[in-house]
Design a protein around this ligand. Structure first.
Ligand SMILES: [Zn+2]
Length: 450
């Protein structure tokens, strides 16, 4: 006998993320003899340890990876970075084997000298509390998520946290994640390093399996409606080799696992429930990427354009490639005293957002303009200039600001003994002067003695 399996004690829970979620655990029990053979050795070529998410990001949603240690924990980052890169490269290779058309969208950074997950944008976080604070399995996940949320709270990101500090934990639980919406961050998945029986980081074995398992939870999981969903948790209970089976032996290679046995529960199924394969946290490899180019007329007052998922952050990043077919929503953010005059290119209208489908190269732009324009009224002789709509009455020279694109009518009213001789400047003739404030205007009312 090589061991036994046991169902986990998953439990309903609410996180602080505003999502109805529950924590799902990958639990191990016992041990088996199959060695790991699948590891994809990877050297991390990042420079230094960054506690923050490095920018810029590649396009689209991102899985950002964090290595976290308690305040008093040993700093093993230099070694752990290579081990994490190796495990995740192994996960990536396994995912390609299971589905050649998709890959996980890990957040990378263009470190010189390597490619692939050697370029993982890996953060190193020293947590605010000592190891004892996180020691108990109960409540640990919530503590980690709340400690990390202030620095890692992007709507476009899922966060995979390697927690180094669970070594005395006898729970047998190797990782946890919030089961959350497939396309919306932030949400967290955690791997507890050092739990006896949960494998050793860097071998592409059980820690890699756990990473893949928790990431699937984080990008949709095994939803209600899946025919083989376990009665008491967001796992599959039909086959022990399924990645989303609730428990394993603790030392198997990820090679021995299958991404949704029968493709009928959570990945590539034909049912109407959530399908992890559709998650925007997966990059499509079966359709070409398409460039999106965004232009803005100016960045006066801090005006900019951003995409809903990380990518476009114009004026800094205005051209980027997106997955073919992905839907991108651009948001125009006018700066102080600025507004959207109009969208150009593939977008139109004057609203703040524009949605595009990246089934071909796309160009879009925004013309920003002032919220208001100055108007100057000069008076020669005896009389006043009024605007009934604005309650405006000017007896000498006046200046004011007028809402952009508003059309304003001015009337000239001579004083007793004076007659209106006509407009000068931006108005002509003797009739009421109507001006549209799409630019600065100056008008002069000339009165002559009778
Ligand atoms: Zn699980």
């Amino acid at each position: 006998m090589s061991g036994e399996k046991r169902l986990p004690n998953d439990r309903g829970r609410r996180t602080g993320l505003g999502l109805v979620a529950f924590v799902a655990a990958l639990l191990i029990w016992g041990s088996a003899a199959a060695p790991a053979e699948a590891a994809v050795p990877t050297i991390w070529c990042g420079v230094g340890a960054s506690a923050a998410d490095r920018l810029p990001d590649p396009s689209g949603r991102q899985i950002h990876v964090i290595y976290a240690v308690p305040a008093d924990g040993p700093d093993r980052f230099a070694a752990a970075a290579n081990e994490i890169a190796t495990d995740l490269a192994t996960v990536e290779a396994w995912w390609q084997r299971e589905d050649p058309s998709r890959t996980l969208r890990f957040d990378t950074y263009p470190f010189a000298g390597c490619s692939g997950l050697g370029q993982l944008d890996l953060s190193f976080v020293r947590l605010p509390q000592p190891a004892a604070f996180y020691q108990s399995f109960s409540g640990r996940f919530t503590k980690l998520a709340s400690d990390l949320l202030s620095g890692f709270g992007s709507r476009g990101k899922k966060y995979l946290v390697y927690f180094e500090g669970a070594s005395g934990d006898g729970s047998g639980v190797c990782g946890q994640a919030t089961m959350s919406l497939p396309d919306l961050g932030p949400s967290f998945a955690a791997i507890y390093l050092g739990v006896p029986g949960c494998g050793t980081l860097g071998g592409g074995a059980y820690t890699a399996t756990t990473a893949a398992h928790e990431l699937v939870h984080a990008i949709g999981g095994v939803p209600f409606g899946a025919p083989h969903r376990c009665a008491d948790s967001g796992h599959t209970c039909d086959n022990g080799v399924d990645l989303m089976h609730p428990s394993g032996f603790g030392d198997e290679s990820i090679d021995g696992y299958v991404l949704d046995v029968g493709r009928d529960d959570y990945y590539g199924h034909s049912g109407g429930w959530i399908d992890v394969r559709d998650s925007l946290f997966l990059r499509r490899l079966d359709v070409p990427q398409q460039p999106l180019t965004v232009a803005l007329s100016d960045s006066v007052g801090g005006s900019k354009i951003q995409s809903d998922a990380p990518g476009i952050d114009c004026p800094t990043v205005c051209t980027i490639a997106w997955d073919g077919g992905e839907r991108v929503t651009l948001e125009a953010i006018p700066g102080d005293d600025r507004r959207v005059v109009r969208w150009t290119g593939a977008c139109g209208g004057t609203s703040l957002t524009c949605a595009l489908t990246m089934d071909r190269p796309q160009n879009a732009g925004v013309v920003f303009g002032p919220l208001s324009y100055p108007g100057r009224v000069l008076i020669a002789g005896g009389g006043r200039v009024t605007s009934a709509a604005l309650g405006f009455s000017c007896a000498r020279s006046c200046t004011g600001r007028f809402d952009a694109d508003r059309t304003v009518a001015f009337r000239a009213l001579p004083a007793r003994g004076w007659a209106f001789a006509g407009w000068q400047g931006d108005c002509r003739g003797k009739n009421a002067c109507r001006l549209r404030f799409d630019k600065t205007h100056t008008i002069r009312a000339v009165f002559k003695r009778r």
